[in-house]
Each structure stands twice: as structure tokens, then as C-alpha cells.
Design a protein around this ligand. Structure first.
Ligand SMILES: NC(=O)c1ccc[n+]([C@@H]2O[C@H](COP(=O)([O-])OP(=O)(O)OC[C@H]3O[C@@H](n4cnc5c(N)ncnc54)[C@H](O)[C@@H]3O)[C@@H](O)[C@H]2O)c1
Length: 384
């Protein structure tokens, strides 16, 4: 077993979940933590999220610069809000440190492309936190679909404004929302499609391959419904066209005073369709008898096939295992996605925002990433 020494940057909601997973892996050795808010590095706070955690032998830093200067780790987990990135990933990659980056790696395509180039050129192992690829139901579905002609996918997420969690970044001290719910704010989160829908987008790619184009329309929140900077739209309708020719719909909402949330997937191939309805296991509906059916009769009760992929696993633990194994072996083979392979998911959700801004215009993702036509849309506002 090769032990990998790791630093975690950002000890908020997601950083604590990662720390909890890494703490369970014998091959992961946590050596340093970094967060600008001292309270987020307190042992007794972290113990509430990581069973058996102790700061013994772990260095703590208030700035990334101090952490990087001190060094002494093979890999860094980055779990900071995308709007607060200030070149840390680039500096770590240039220093040859392997990277686990939380999604979305940036809200700006130029910044993301620069990160990707630097990571590729540095030859480090890197991944992005798309842990849904490690869900054994999702892997089972991918295997089930492998020999089928996939036509269309629809994912509906009905969610509520109040179910946003209060985050650990003291946003009120750095020009953000007073209530610390930065995921409700457009400038901090990029939109619900960017912040949350990127998972479903990436999952669709796991099943259907790369996305070629997107068209999207959002329903903006009414001005008198915006509180504490929570200005993300009420509802989102996004269409993706895949390079394979398949089509997908991502429908999301974040409604106030509703208090009911649910979600379901519908995946269609040319001879049937498959559903995941909330936490109910996947069911595939197809006919597998002789064709045409004898005497033209089909037993409708024989058409639903429960797909038993076992109980759901801990995907955060599984993606940690894959990353630590990859770093230990100095090989990307154990990864289900790399930083480079994740570009398409990021371009798709940022492209959806741009399509909405352009009244639903179709955005070809390769043009969005590389054509001069989209130069202005790719830029981080602070960059010239
Ligand atoms: N993969 C997933 O399922 C998942 C789930 C939740 C969040 N996320 C992502 O993880 C990232 C972090 O989100 P979160 O929910 O943990 O937010 P959070 O606000 O709860 O935590 C962020 C932490 O980063 C710290 N931080 C801020 N700037 C920093 C800096 N420059 N250096 C070091 N630490 C810094 C904050 O103090 C805070 O403790 C976001 O990109 C988010 O989209 C992913």
C-alpha cells in the first residue's frame, strides 16, 4: 500500500465531507489543513463532522500561500467556493502537486482553460468532484445502456429555496450574502444549473458521452422575492445535444414556500426506457419476448424489469479511494474523470447560462471554448 499525504484547502461543508472520507482510508495521510476562518480549523468543530478526528500531527494554515510554502504533501483537495479562487489551483499544479478540485472549478471559461492547460502540462494526477460517477446504481445503468442506442434523457429536480444549506464561508465578511447561503446567489454560485445541475449534466455524460451543444431558458426570480442576495432564477429549462445524436433535458427549480422536493430520471433508448424515481431503485421497461408477440398479446406486467444494482454506496468515499489510488500509482487509470475530461461538463453548464442570456440561442460548446465569437463570454471580469 502506498501512503499519500494530503492537504485539504477549505474546511466547509464539502471539505469536511472529504476529510471524513479520507479519514477512513488507511492509504490517505492528512498532513495539513487550510482555511482563512480560524473557527473552521478548530478540532472540536471538525470532530462534529469527522468521527474520531484529531489534529495531532496535522499542521493548520490561515492562508494558501503559507500552506504551499510549507509543502510536505503529495496532493491537495480544493473545496472552496468557485468565486473565491485566486490562482491557488494553478500555483499548486505548477508546484507538481496532485489535485482534487471541487466542481465547479471556475465560473469563467478562460480561467478554467488556463487551469486545465497548466495541469496537463505539469503531468500531475487530477480529478474533479463528480462523485455521482461512483454511485453503483449509476455504474450499473451505464453497463445496462452500453449495448443500446440511447435516444433521450430527462432529469427533473424540483427543489425548494429553503433547502439551501447555510455554508461555512463567512460570506458577510467578504462581500457576500449576510445569511451565508452563497449557493442562492448568482454571482457566487453561477446559477443553480452551474452549482448543482453540473452533477446531473456530468452524470448524463457518464451515460451518453460528450455534449456538443446546449439551448437554455431560465425564469428569473421576481425582484420582490429576492432576499439576502438570493437572486438565482426560480426555474431552469436546459436542453443538451450529445455528440452521439442523443438529446437530454435538465429541468430544475428552487421555489420559495413550497417545501416539497423530488427528482426523477427518465432514460430512453430505441426499444424501451428506464426510470429512477427518487430513492426507488431503477426500473427498465422493455419487451423481451418473441416478436411479433404470439397472437398479438403482450403481458403488461412482464414489461417492468427491476434492475438490482445493490444498495447505494458512499460515493464520496469511493471517489476518494479512486483519487488516492491514482496518486499512489501515479496513474489516471483508477479515475472515472480527470480535470481535462471534466471540461465538457463545465462548458455545458456555463454554456446554458450564456444561451439563456442570448434568448435561448444554441451554443456549440467547442465554439464556446475556443472561438473568438465567445471571447467576451469566457473572460473573468477582473481580467483584461
Ligand atoms: N461534490 C459535491 O457534491 C459538492 C457538495 C457541496 C459543495 N461542493 C463544492 O465544494 C466547494 C465548496 O463548497 P462548500 O459547500 O464546502 O462551501 P462552504 O462555504 O461551506 O465551505 C468553503 C470553505 O472554504 C473556506 N475558504 C474560502 N476561501 C478560502 C481560501 N482562499 N483558502 C482556503 N479556504 C477557503 C471557507 O472558509 C469555508 O470553510 C464549492 O465549489 C461547491 O460547489 C461540492
Amino acid at each position: 500500500m502506498t501512503t499519500v499525504s494530503i492537504a485539504v484547502v477549505g474546511l466547509g461543508q464539502r471539505g469536511l465531507q472529504h476529510l471524513n472520507a479520507l479519514w477512513q482510508l488507511d492509504e490517505a495521510h492528512i498532513v495539513a489543513l487550510c482555511d482563512p476562518f480560524a473557527g473552521n480549523l478548530a478540532e472540536n468543530k471538525i470532530q462534529q463532522f469527522v468521527e474520531g478526528f484529531s489534529l495531532d500531527g496535522i499542521r493548520t494554515y490561515g492562508t494558501f500561500a503559507d500552506l504551499l510554502t510549507a509543502g510536505g504533501f503529495d496532493a491537495i483537495y480544493f473545496a472552496i467556493p468557485p468565486s473565491l479562487h485566486q490562482g491557488e489551483l494553478l500555483q499548486a499544479a505548477q508546484a507538481g502537486i496532485h489535485l482534487f478540485a471541487e466542481k465547479p472549478v471556475s465560473l469563467f471559461l478562460d480561467e478554467m482553460l488556463k487551469m486545465e492547460r497548466t495541469i496537463r502540462e505539469s503531468g500531475i494526477i487530477s480529478t474533479v468532484g463528480f462523485q455521482q460517477r461512483h454511485d453503483n446504481w449509476h455504474i450499473g445503468i451505464r453497463n445496462f445502456l452500453a449495448d443500446k442506442r440511447l435516444l433521450m434523457m430527462t432529469y427533473v429536480v424540483n427543489s425548494t429555496l429553503e433547502s439551501h444549506s447555510t455554508k461555512h464561508t463567512h460570506t458577510e465578511t467578504v462581500g457576500g450574502p449576510q445569511n451565508r447561503v452563497w449557493t442562492a446567489n448568482r454571482a457566487w454560485s453561477g446559477s443553480t444549473v452551474v452549482e448543482a445541475g453540473i452533477h446531473q449534466t456530468d452524470l448524463m455524460r457518464f451515460w451518453a458521452g460528450d455534449i456538443a451543444w446546449t439551448e437554455a431558458r431560465y425564469i428569473q426570480r421576481a425582484a420582490d422575492d429576492i432576499e439576502d442576495g438570493g437572486d438565482n432564477p426560480d426555474a431552469y429549462s436546459v436542453t443538451y445535444g450529445f455528440e452521439s445524436g442523443a438529446i437530454a433535458h435538465l429541468i430544475m427549480s428552487r421555489l420559495r414556500k413550497t417545501f416539497w422536493g423530488d427528482n426523477y430520471h427518465d432514460i430512453m433508448w430505441d426499444r424501451g426506457h428506464l426510470k429512477i424515481d427518487g430513492d426507488n431503485g431503477p426500473v427498465a421497461y422493455y419487451y423481451d419476448g418473441p416478436y411479433p408477440p404470439p397472437e398479438g398479446k403482450v403481458d403488461p406486467t412482464a414489461l417492468g424489469h427491476d434492475l438490482d444494482f445493490g444498495p447505494r454506496n458512499n460515493t464520496t468515499l469511493e471517489i476518494a479511494r479512486a483519487f488516492v489510488t491514482a496518486v499512489g500509482a501515479k496513474s489516471e487509470d483508477p479515475l472515472l474523470n480527470t480535470f481535462t475530461s471534466s471540461l465538457n461538463s463545465h462548458a455545458a453548464v456555463l454554456g446554458a447560462n450564456i444561451s439563456d442570456q442570448l434568448d435561448g440561442q444554441r451554443i456549440n460548446l467547442k465554439d464556446l471554448l475556443y472561438s473568438d465569437d465567445y471571447h467576451e463570454f469566457r473572460k473573468k471580469p477582473t481580467e483584461t
